[in-house]
Design a protein around this ligand. Sequence first.
Ligand code: C2E
Ligand code: CA
Ligand code: CA
Ligand code: CA
Length: 278
Amino acid sequence: ALYHAKHVHGGGVCLFTPSLETAVRADRAIEAALQASSFEEELSIVLQPIVELASGRLSAVEVLARWSNPMLGEISAMEFIAIAERSTAIHSITRAVFKKGLKAARQLPDCVAVSFNISACDLTSASTLAFIRDEIASAGIAPHRIWIEVTETAVMRNADAAAQALQAFRDLGVGIALDDFGTGYSSLGYVQRLPLDKVKIDRSFVGALDTEEGSTITSAVITLCHTIGLTCVAEGVETEAQRQTLAEAGCEHAQGYLFSKPLPLAELLLRCADAQAS
Ligand code: C2E
Ligand code: CA
Ligand code: CA
Ligand code: CA
């Protein structure tokens, strides 16, 4: 097969180097562990504050999954979510994250929204939709306190099906945010036709705010979002200068290490109590 590949691709043989081999083996190990894991036990969540820029108040938290496996240790969310998306493991993860996130929501003030990431395969799964609907109802949480984040790339993979699926989520009364906005290839005309409430402006735009060109582009993106009736959340805000530029550009919400890294619920609750006391 290698010889064949060499001929077909004009010498572009795919070299099976030791590092690649290790990576493939690691992927396999994660894949196997995902199948065997009890997510109720091994999965935990952290919550990252989202702040209203005008007032500085906590407007929401984003729920982020953390996985610690007895054999493999801590595996980054980026890594295990991508592998879980290749099988039905992603559905089990989504369910475990929702259960834990809704439990956390009950302990947070009613004015704080709770935002969940969902994958492309969750979006089009009728049973996941029903699960989320039932869990929100049995947790006794007002649906408008829940936001669903779906990446631009996931939506654009099958735009018509995604639009329909997003509408089904919206019919539950939850808010819909387009995640990692600006990293995909969606035309604004298409975004306008999706049933969205918010746009999460990707970190790469926020990182570019330090240059004049970058801040002009980001301001224009914020203005465009407002024109089509969407609220903006800036991601990855790390400096005071970025916060200020975003506030001046009229961006409503922001999230990033400047405000807080993702925290376990207990730590977040302590911070809320401190803020109330002062
Ligand atoms: P995301 O949805 O874009 O989440 C934001 C990521 O940026 C998080 O990484 C967060 O810890 C990180 N971050 C937050 N503030 C800053 C900052 O100021 N600077 C920098 N450099 N990074 C910041 P994390 O937790 O490792 O998650 C990575 C990705 O994994 C997420 O990206 C999301 O796509 C996915 N993910 C995490 N939890 C879930 C989940 O429960 N379900 C699904 N489907 N995906 C998830
Ligand atoms: Ca997200
Ligand atoms: Ca994001
Ligand atoms: Ca991302």
